[in-house]
Design a protein around this ligand. Structure first.
Ligand code: PLP
Length: 437
């Protein structure tokens, strides 16, 4: 089952040479498990890449995709529509908080972010505020890999090779300080004041030049950093004060990861736009999107009716297969109560995760919702090596998969995980952490 030639595939965000020497090949999946190329069954501690929230190869989702492929493979996204696009937009809007009730579809989280940033700029433009062009992100933020996303993103390795990026971007400080918040379960008490940095940024550039602020409610890809208590409320208040749009990037936090349809609901903060991807189809077909407040959509709906209101879109926006998968996935989430399930599992999940405290090199454990970041001390002069060793041991010897972000291990299982499977994962993880000591 191992392909003859691994060389032609340039793998994304992967140490290609190391991988090709010892490939971690996956050939199948079902529910909570992957099947490796040598036939071993591995428990999926990462929902693929934070996306298969309903579990793998779920029958209703598979059937919906198969049926759609045989009925309408593709419909042009511009100037034509197909019913499932409208149906899915209604379903997503119904899950979104407040008056976020219009949905723009694309194919990934990166496209969702670029779409949201473009809508923010265009929104101010159509309202006669063309000077509002600055975009504010946050240190350690991950917003995908488009030029907009890496510009507002705050992960240095994702930015430094790619030139001047997008002009007019500034960053809030990250919300993490290990000394103040190590081994906190959920949202830390310390750090709400860090939102006030937005006031300083406004004072520096003037509100009249700032279009939007984008943050992940929980910064996930960087290693799971829950927001300090009160932080998001404060950001919302400062944005309101200055007429700045607030975008929540919920590509990971959406669709149940934090026990709600969107993190906005968990935190009781209504942003102006929400980006989503991943969990919308439980990873089965690429899809992303942006939900916007009514007032944002309405601002564009003026002028002659034959004229396009927003010059933006993708050939595969609202692709029929993605819409079919999305509708079936939302049915699974609803019928199986998976968001509630995630909320109920949050406590046992956190307890199991905190059981790793005290093991060698464990510097911090940050459980929130059904995810956790576990920081391990780096090996001297080999940052990231301990994390990669853990990943390899998990895959080849302990039959468990998770994410390694440098020396931080991140887990985010499908929301169908059982309590005994949670126990199994952290048991394996404990053995792995000892083995890489
Ligand atoms: C918050 C956030 N935004 C955007 C993205 C990019 O999504 P994609 O890889 O689908 O482009 C990710 C991916 O992990 C993400 O976590």
């Amino acid at each position: 089952m191992v392909p003859n030639d691994l060389e032609p595939y340039w793998m994304p965000f992967t140490a290609n040479r190391a991988f090709k020497k010892r490939p971690r090949l996956i050939v199948g999946a079902k529910d909570m498990h992957y099947i490796a190329s040598d036939g071993r069954k591995l428990i999926d501690g990462a929902a693929g890449l934070w996306c298969t929230n309903a579990g793998h190869n779920r029958e209703p989702i598979v059937a919906a995709i198969q049926q759609q492929a045989a009925t309408l493979d593709y419909a042009p996204a511009f100037q034509f529509g197909h019913p499932k696009a409208f149906e899915l937009a209604s379903r997503v809007a119904a899950l979104a908080p407040g008056d976020l009730d219009h949905v723009f579809f694309c194919n990934s989280g990166s496209e969702a972010v670029d779409t949201a940033l473009k809508i923010a700029l265009a929104f101010h433009n159509v309202r006669g505020n063309a000077s509002r062009v600055r975009l504010i992100g946050r240190e350690r933020g991950y917003h995908g890999v488009g030029f907009g996303g890496i510009a507002v993103g705050g992960i240095v390795n994702n930015r430094k090779q790619f030139g001047a990026l997008v002009a007019g971007v500034d960053h809030l400080p990250m919300t993490y300080d290990r000394e103040k918040q190590a081994f906190t379960v959920g949202e830390p008490e310390w750090g709400a004041h860090l939102a006030d940095a937005l006031d300083r940024i406004v004072a520096l550039h003037d509100a009249s030049t700032i279009a939007a602020v984008i943050v992940e409610p929980v910064a996930a890809s960087t290693g799971v950093l829950p927001p300090p208590k009160g932080y998001l409320e404060r950001l919302r208040a400062i944005c309101d004060k200055h007429g700045i749009l607030l975008i929540f990037d919920e590509v990971i936090t959406g669709y149940g990861r934090l026990g709600h349809a969107f993190a906005a609901e968990r935190y009781g903060v209504v942003p102006d736009m929400i980006t989503f991807a991943k969990g919308i189809t439980s990873g089965a077909v690429p899809m992303g999107g942006v939900v916007v407040r009514k007032g944002i959509y309405d601002a564009f709906m003026k002028g002659p009716e034959h004229v396009i209101e927003l010059f933006h879109g993708y050939t595969y926006s609202a692709h029929p297969l993605a819409c079919a998968a999305g509708l079936a996935t939302l049915d699974v989430y609803r019928d199986e109560g998976l968001f509630d399930r995630a909320r109920k599992l949050e406590k046992p999940w956190a307890q199991a995760a905190m059981g790793l405290k005290g093991l060698p090199n464990v510097l911090d454990i940050r459980p929130v919702g059904l995810t956790v970041g576990i920081d391990l001390a780096s090996r001297p002069d080999a940052v990231g090596k301990r994390g990669m060793d853990a990943l390899d041991l998990g895959f080849f010897e302990h039959d468990v998969m998770f994410r390694a972000v440098g020396d931080t291990l991140a887990l985010s299982p499908p929301l169908i995980v059982s309590e005994s499977q949670i126990g199994e994962m952290f048991d394996k993880l404990g053995r792995i952490i000892k083995a890489v000591a």
